[in-house]
Design a protein around this ligand. Structure first.
Ligand code: EPZ
Length: 420
């Protein structure tokens, strides 16, 4: 088990290149199986979740080549449509292979996915949508056996909630369906549009991705393509919080301004000065952060739940009382008890509202990452804290942030990864 040891209290300054988006790369990798041929995916971050996705692709019979941030997937010989439980449990995104397998083979055998324990995270919307499209789904010994004996039918799916994963699964499953599949109340996250952009390059007919109504007109044939994954808006917000928490100034290269608008407003509200030129964002922290009176996580284009933990850590030392309401997941304040060990004054009400009374300074402590973004939040808090912090269970952080110690060191942090 590895740990991060961080000596805080230094202002972080400098320039950093942003990694590609994990949550875009994962469904695109699943999509390479659906489209067939050899796909080349650039700007793919080097993360354990990506390795888990590549193992699933290999298991189905794909040939994989990974060269730095480029992944080449040759799915021509793929023939297996079952994914073993041990692979499904590695991450939540394994469920997106369900739509890809159905598109490619007309059937799939999967188990419920794993992933961060941030709430119930059911897959009912994924399954009810596929059933509506004509997929028979039965459970046998914990395995969901999915078949479309009469083919998949075009239909109108009105999602009860704009689920990112369910939208992706429907898009993938409907690629070759004869006729038009319509998703209403679709997720509008930038990662949905990135998936659609990749699929369109491969010959898919999709319109409306990034908006609430997505239309997929099935095509008979698809082909492989070359694609570059969008920048990671959540990791960008993590670097922004590094500057904010330490009173530093950081330039983040390779951002997409539009994707960051919901978080920029919040950082500006806390008193940070932000300038953007082309694809570079410069954030300059104030001497003392201001409180954010009320912040709610919402589906895009609202404030992202994935940036909530990081902003909670940032507001722990802001002037005054901030209130954050988590509206997407039921159990996404697991970083709070760890921040309290560092001296934060935060109470969580009804599991979904965090009331943060800003303290003067956090102090270093031994803490444990409970999930991916909560873990990154602890690292950010430790950078701003006085003294030494030890963060355990950092495998959670490695699922989403590429070589966090290298990036933070580049910005002047005193951070080391050590083995137990
Ligand atoms: C994606 O998860 C992201 N993961 C999450 O990022 C992100 O937090 C989330 O979208 C919301 O933006 C990936 O892209 C791999 P949802 P996903 O389906 O698709 C409920 C990270 O740290 N729901 O939009 O699982 C669900 O329980 C991760 O990178 C159902 O009730 O999110 C949740 O409360 C964490 N039934 C809400 O909807 C369903 O069938 C949003 O889930 C599906 C979802």
């Amino acid at each position: 088990m590895e740990k991060l040891v961080i000596s805080g209290g230094r202002a972080l300054n400098g320039k950093i290149m942003l990694q590609g988006s994990k949550n875009s790369a994962l469904p695109i990798l699943a999509a390479t199986l659906a489209v067939g041929g050899t796909s080349v995916i650039h700007n793919c971050p080097v993360l354990t979740d990506i390795t888990a996705a590549l193992k699933i692709l290999e298991h189905t019979g794909c040939k994989i080549k990974r060269e730095g941030h480029t992944v080449i997937v040759d799915s021509s010989a793929a023939s297996r449509y079952d994914i073993p439980e041990c692979m499904m449990r590695e991450m939540r995104s394994s469920i997106i292979f369900l739509g890809a397998l159905i598109s490619r083979f007309g059937c799939a055998g999967v188990t419920p996915p794993g992933g961060c324990e941030i709430g119930l995270r059911p897959i009912d919307l994924h399954l009810s949508s596929l059933r509506r499209m004509g997929v028979d789904i039965s459970e046998n010994g914990g395995v969901l056996e999915c078949r479309a004996p009469c083919g998949i039918s075009p239909c109108h799916i009105a999602l009860a909630f704009p689920s990112v994963g369910a939208t992706e699964n429907i898009m993938l499953a409907s690629l070759r369906v004869k006729g038009e599949t319509v998703i209403t109340n679709a997720a509008r996250e930038p990662e949905i549009k990135d998936l659609a952009d990749f699929l369109k390059k491969c010959g898919a007919r999709i319109s409306g991705a990034g908006q609430s109504v997505i239309r997929i007109n099935g095509v008979e044939r698809m082909h492989s393509s070359v694609h570059s994954v969008i920048p990671d808006r959540i990791v960008a917000s993590t670097y922004m919080a590094c500057a904010a928490c330490t009173g530093g100034k950081i330039a983040i290269d390779g951002i997409c301004r539009e994707h960051l608008l919901p978080v920029i407003t919040v950082f500006e509200g806390a008193g940070c000065r932000i300038g953007i030129k082309n694809n570079e964002l410069i954030i300059n922290a104030p001497e003392k952060l201001s409180r954010i009176k009320s912040l709610r996580t919402m589906p895009y284009p609202g404030f992202p739940t994935d940036s909530q933990a990081i902003v909670t850590a940032m507001l722990a030392t802001a002037h005054g009382t901030s209130v954050i309401t988590e509206k997407i997941f039921e159990n996404r304040f697991r970083h709070v008890p760890e921040l309290i060990k560092m001296g934060a004054d935060i109470r969580v009400e009804d599991g979904s509202v965090a009331v943060i009374e800003g303290v003067e300074r956090l102090r270093g402590a031994r803490v444990s990452a409970c999930d991916l973004r909560g873990g990154s939040a602890l690292a950010v808090a430790a950078l701003g804290a006085e003294g030494k912090s030890v963060i355990e269970n950092i495998h959670h952080i490695d699922r989403g942030c590429e070589a966090i110690e290298e990036s933070f060191s580049l910005l002047g942090a005193d951070i080391k990864r050590i083995k137990n």
